[in-house]
Design a protein around this ligand. Structure first.
Ligand SMILES: N[C@@H](CCSC[C@H]1O[C@@H](n2cnc3c(=O)[nH]cnc32)[C@H](O)[C@@H]1O)C(=O)O
Ligand SMILES: [Zn+2]
Length: 432
């Protein structure tokens, strides 16, 4: 066997218990072959040193717009509606395919360096996004975001078609590491007939849906006013809530909508930093978990966060979950860590999220030697409340080492950062 041994660390198991163990990966299948105490010596092959560290599933960023790293810090301190309309959309109108490539690569480098092995991305120029994912060795579910409002019928129909087209064309790319979805931007930015027809097509072809839902009260009231029903019940009537589908945000969801999500098996991606920064509101995460909804964690784009560090995000999820529930016991450490790993992976329908024999070898090693992690009474507590993305030492996806001793192996980090700086500068000039 072509083995990769992650040796000498403590391993976080799917039930959040922690045990001293080596993890042996079969690099040919990309799966975990064995987990056990001091078993590394039984195998030839490459070794990754995990001494003093914790081996855990790679984090999954279940909702982002990776290329928006180019707009990091471009427009801050505004609510969603005016932020999008006054700043972000005008800048995005000037995006060229090469910008999307550069921004996505920058996002990917940031994610690999902070321990993320998979992500779900909604953006433009998806062929560029897919190429970046392929080169980087990460896993992703990708889609073209559709907006039909303020477009004539022909342009609107073409945008919808583009999203279905890329969903068909790129599914299974990068040796199966790329999967796809049909991605209408939101229930208020895509017209009802477009949603109805395209969803029916997606359903026939087994294509999942991903969209922003109930992010702000401004997204809820127009639907309640026009249709006399809550947004998720509107989405359900259009056939948009199935087991394969996942919605971003779900901030303003009432008890009936939460029940509906649970009944349909539709997942919610919680984006606490973006919801805080845009003052969108606090999602009822503990209620969702109690109802049996699969909850994943996403950073959203870097322009509303402003980083792609999922450790930061899961910490925010735990903190804000308590504030929202007015209960310090809400969204405890293990729930937040599980949401950012197994929850996110399940929500976006990709392998990973748990270290188990036969499962995908998407895992990271977190260095626990740092002063801010001493003492370590409770590993899971640290993973939720004290670890930072910069504590990640190695990142492995599909059995391949993407970062070793903080050196990204698959992309040239220096070139990626330099290119992104250049493209961002000229993008902003063109947008003005
Ligand atoms: N084809 C569409 C592009 C949609 S991509 C997805 C969009 O989501 C936007 N976006 C980023 N963060 C958020 C958010 O928090 N809520 C809603 N939209 C967002 C992002 O700027 C991007 O324009 C068009 O013609 O405009
Ligand atoms: Zn978003």
């Amino acid at each position: 066997m072509n083995a990769l041994c992650i040796a000498g660390g403590r391993v976080l198991r799917p039930d959040c218990s922690v045990e001293a163990a080596d993890v042996v990966v079969d690099r040919d299948t990309g799966n975990v072959h064995d987990v056990g105490e001091e078993i590394a010596a039984e195998y030839d092959g490459e070794t990754l040193d995990a001494a003093g560290g914790v081996v855990m599933p790679g984090l999954v960023n279940a909702h982002t717009h990776a290329a928006m790293t180019l707009l990091r810090g471009y427009a801050d301190d505004k609510p969603l509606g005016s932020w999008l309309r006054e700043d972000i959309w005008p800048a995005e109108a000037a995006l060229e395919p090469e910008d999307v490539r550069a921004g996505t690569e920058l996002g990917i480098v940031e994610m690999i360096r902070s321990g993320t092995t998979a992500f779900a991305d909604m953006y433009f120029e998806v062929p560029e996004v897919a190429a970046a994912v392929e080169e980087s060795g990460m896993r992703a579910r990708l889609g073209h975001g559709v907006v039909t409002v303020a477009k004539d019928d022909e342009d609107a129909a073409e945008d919808v078609e583009e999203s279905l087209r890329v969903a068909r064309e790129f599914d299974g790319a990068a040796d199966g590491r790329v999967r796809t979805a049909f991605m209408p931007h939101s229930l208020t930015t895509v017209g009802e007939e477009f949603l109805r027809e395209a969803t029916a097509t997606a359903r026939e072809e087994g294509i999942p849906l991903h969209f922003h839902a109930n992010e702000t009260t401004d997204e809820v009231s127009p639907i309640v006013d026009d249709y006399e029903k809550r947004p998720l019940s509107y989405a359900d009537d259009l056939g948009m809530l199935s087991e394969q589908d996942f919605v971003a945000h779900g901030v303003h969801t009432d008890a009936e909508e939460i029940e509906l999500l649970a009944a349909r098996g539709t997942s919610v991606i919680h984006c606490p930093a973006s919801n805080t920064k845009l003052a969108s509101g606090i999602a009822p995460v503990q209620q969702m978990l109690d109802a049996g909804v699969t909850v994943g964690i996403g950073t959203d784009g870097a322009a509303s966060n402003n980083d792609l560090d999922v450790f930061d995000e899961l910490r925010d999820a735990a903190m804000i979950g308590k504030l929202g529930a007015d209960d310090a016991a809400a969204v405890p450490a293990a729930a937040a860590v599980t949401a950012a790993t197994a929850g996110s992976a399940d929500a976006i329908g990709l392998p990973g999220g748990r270290i188990k024999v036969g499962g995908a070898a998407d895992l990271i090693v977190v260095d626990f030697d740092a002063p801010h992690l001493a003492p370590a009474h409770d590993v899971v507590s640290h993973l939720a409340y004290a670890v930072r993305g910069s504590d990640v030492r190695h990142t492995v996806c599909d059995g391949r080492v993407l970062m070793e001793d903080r050196e990204v192996q698959t992309l040239d980090e220096e070139r990626v950062v330099e290119t992104a700086r250049e493209r961002a500068a000229s993008l902003v000039e063109r947008a003005e």
